[in-house]
Design a protein around this ligand. Structure first.
Ligand SMILES: Nc1ncnc2c1ncn2[C@@H]1O[C@H](COP(=O)(O)OP(=O)(O)OP(=O)(O)O)[C@@H](O)[C@H]1O
Ligand SMILES: [Mg+2]
Length: 224
């Protein structure tokens, strides 16, 4: 279970302090698919980076299965990210000079899998997300946006994370491809009981998730 309590995040900028998150409270159960919606600048990406321990909150707590990740040392936060979290980004963030297969194998290497097992596991993951043998051997520029996002989903799931955090994973895709990507995330996480938290602008997609949270000026409103 993920329990966020009284979470605030402020940034100092030239124009003064920016209160990106103000007293956010939310609980997400293990295995739930939650969506986060809200206008540009409302704090969605800031919230995801706190949940993924990419940045530290100004105050408040983030309990993941009873561990407060906001209070971990930097080294433990790195370990938490590597072991527990899978990230999917709008711009895929694949390594351009590696093939799809090599991108996933690299994630497995970071996760500590022995070299002898990486290739077979990467092939299995990529097949699961719908890439054929030929596509698996291509570099990202020779894949469509939807295929690149499938690779990044395979990479995010490589080390069997407990939580997948996705920041507008369909933001660069047409709506039909976007829906397919969401359905894929849904089915893969459902079968493994992975919690998924995805930022989206697409209300059709948000409507299909278990829970929806709306952020407005750094504050959360539960929609369902
Ligand atoms: N590193 C930073 N330094 C200063 N201000 C920041 C920083 N990161 C975010 N902000 C500010 O915090 C607020 C929330 O930003 P955030 O990126 O979380 O919004 P968002 O909801 O993800 O928007 P978008 O839909 O455009 O991606 C904005 O006012 C933004 O300018
Ligand atoms: Mg954002």
């Amino acid at each position: 279970m993920l329990v966020v309590k009284n979470l605030t995040k402020s940034f100092n900028s030239a124009g003064g302090e920016v209160h990106a998150l103000k007293d956010v409270n939310m609980t997400i159960n293990t295995g739930e698919f939650a969506s986060i919606i809200g206008k540009s600048g409302s704090g969605k990406s800031t919230l995801l980076s706190m949940l993924g321990a990419l940045d530290v909150p100004t105050s408040g707590s983030i309990q993941v299965d009873d561990i407060d990740i906001a209070k971990l040392s930097a080294a433990k936060q790195t370990a938490y990210r590597a072991k527990k979290i899978g990230f999917v980004f709008q711009h895929y963030n694949l390594i351009p000079n590696l093939t799809a297969l090599e991108n996933v194998m690299l994630a497995l290497e970071f996760g500590g899998m022995p070299a002898s097992k990486r290739k077979a596991r990467a092939q299995e993951l990529l097949t699961e997300v719908g890439l054929d043998e030929d596509e698996q051997l291509r570099k990202p520029t020779r894949l469509s946006g939807g295929q690149q996002q499938r690779v990044s989903i395979a990479r995010a799931l490589a080390n069997k994370p407990a939580i997948v955090l996705a920041d507008e994973p369909t933001g660069n895709l047409d709506s039909e491809t976007g829906k397919k990507i969401f359905d894929l995330l849904h089915s893969l996480t459902r079968s493994e009981n992975v919690t998924i938290i995805a930022v989206t602008h697409d209300m059709d997609i948000a409507g299909k998730t278990d829970r929806t949270f709306r952020l407005k000026d750094g504050q959360i409103v539960i929609e369902k």
